[in-house]
Design a protein around this ligand. Structure first.
Ligand code: 13P
Ligand code: SF4
Length: 325
C-alpha cells in the first residue's frame, strides 16, 4: 500500500514574535549603510521575509520597485522579478542574492520561439504573464500577474486573437473568468502542478471544514476543488475574512510565513503533494539570508539588461501598471 505524506500544519504564531537573529541584524545594518531597499516575494524563507521592507506578490512588488527611492533594490525573489524591477526603475542598481534563481514558466517560453509564433500570425495580441524573461516582455503587448490578469485581459481589443504565454493553467483560468478565447502557450509551473486532487482530498479529510485557497497556477482539477482561487496577495485578505480557524493553502509554502504574521489566531495547513507534506519552489528557495547578506556587502550579483530590451519591455509593463489601477 502507498503511504502518502500528511500535510504540514502551522499553528498560530506565539504573541510577541521572534527576536531577530544576529545575521538578520547584520543584514538590516548593511541595508541602511548601502542605501538599499529589500523587496521579498511571499515565497521567500521566513528569515528573509523578516528583514524585508516589503513582502508581497508580483504585482505589489512591481509597484514598489517602480517607486523605490533608494539607490539599490535587493530583490529576494526569482530572476524575472528582479528584471522587472530593473525595467521599471533603470537608474537603480538591482541585486538578486542568487542569479541562478530562475522559473520553470519563464524557461518554457524562449523569446525566439515566441517571435516565431508572432511571425506566423501577425494579428496575435500577446498577453504575457509576468513570469517570463525581459526578452519575452519586450515582444509582448501587455503583461499580467495573477492579481490582475482578468482585469487586463478584459481590456484587450475584442478584434484581436490573444496568445497567452507562458502559463497554460493561469491562461485557462483567466479565459474561464473573462469568457475570452485564448491560445495557450504549453508552459506550467513545475511546483504548482505537483498539487493533485488526491493529495488535496486527503488534506481536506484530515481537516474537515477547512476552506481551501489555491493559486491559479494549479491545474484545473485542483482549482475546481478550491473555495477560492487567487494571487498570493489576495490570499491574505481572503484568509482574514474566513470564519474557519483552519485554512488549507494550496501554493508554495513560503506563503504561510506571511499569513501567520498577518492573519493571527488561525492555523494554516500547507497543501501536500503526493510526495511531500508541503511544496517549495526550488528557485525561490535558492535565496538564503547568508546570500542576502553577502550580496548587500559585496554589491553583487547585479541584474543588467541592454537598453534596447529594457525599454521595449517597459512598454507592456507600464501598460499593465496603468490598466491595473
Ligand atoms: P503571485 O504574483 O501570485 O505572487 O505569483 C507569483 C508566482 O511566481 C507564483 O508561482
Ligand atoms: Fe516560477 Fe513556479 Fe517558482 Fe513561481 S513557484 S517562481 S511560477 S517555478
Amino acid at each position: 500500500m502507498i503511504t502518502y505524506p500528511t500535510a504540514a500544519v502551522f499553528p498560530p504564531l506565539p504573541a510577541g514574535g521572534t527576536p531577530l537573529s544576529d545575521l538578520q541584524k547584520e543584514v538590516i545594518a548593511l541595508k541602511q549603510a548601502r542605501d538599499a531597499i529589500i523587496l521579498a516575494h511571499n515565497y521567500q524563507c521566513e528569515d528573509i521575509q523578516g528583514v524585508a521592507d516589503f513582502v508581497g506578490d508580483s504585482l505589489g512588488l512591481a509597484y514598489k520597485a517602480a517607486a523605490a527611492q533608494q539607490s539599490t533594490i535587493v530583490f529576494c525573489g526569482v530572476h524575472f522579478m528582479a528584471e522587472t524591477a530593473k525595467i521599471v526603475n533603470p537608474s537603480r542598481r538591482v541585486l538578486l542574492p542568487d542569479l541562478a534563481a530562475g522559473c520553470s514558466l519563464a524557461d518554457s517560453c524562449p523569446a525566439e520561439k515566441l517571435a516565431a509564433a508572432k511571425a506566423a500570425d501577425p494579428a496575435l495580441y500577446v498577453v504575457a504573464y509576468i513570469n517570463c524573461s525581459a526578452a519575452v516582455k519586450a515582444i509582448s503587448d501587455v503583461i499580467v500577474t495573477s492579481g490582475n490578469a482578468s482585469k487586463i485581459v478584459s481590456r484587450v481589443p475584442a478584434d484581436r486573437p490573444i496568445l497567452f504565454v507562458p502559463d497554460q493553467n493561469l491562461g485557462r483560468w483567466v479565459s474561464g473568468k473573462t469568457g475570452r478565447a485564448m491560445q495557450l502557450w504549453p508552459g506550467n509551473c513545475y511546483a504548482h502542478v505537483q498539487f493533485t486532487p488526491g493529495a488535496l482530498l486527503r488534506a481536506k479529510a484530515a481537516h474537515p471544514g477547512a476552506p481551501v485557497v489555491a493559486h491559479p497556477e494549479c491545474t484545473e482539477a485542483v482549482r475546481e476543488m478550491a473555495d477560492m482561487v487567487c494571487s498570493t496577495e489576495l490570499m491574505v485578505d481572503w484568509c482574514k475574512r474566513q470564519s474557519a480557524d483552519t485554512i488549507i493553502i494550496t501554493t508554495e509554502s513560503g506563503m504561510i510565513h506571511r499569513l501567520r504574521r498577518e492573519v493571527p489566531g488561525k492555523t494554516f495547513v500547507a497543501a501536500p503533494t503526493d510526495r511531500c507534506s508541503c511544496n517549495d519552489c526550488r528557485f525561490m528557495k535558492m535565496n538564503t539570508l547568508q546570500k542576502l547578506r553577502d550580496c548587500l556587502r559585496d554589491g553583487t550579483p547585479e541584474i543588467t539588461l541592454t537598453e534596447e530590451i529594457r525599454s521595449a519591455a517597459e512598454v507592456p509593463l507600464r501598460r499593465m501598471l496603468e490598466w491595473s489601477l
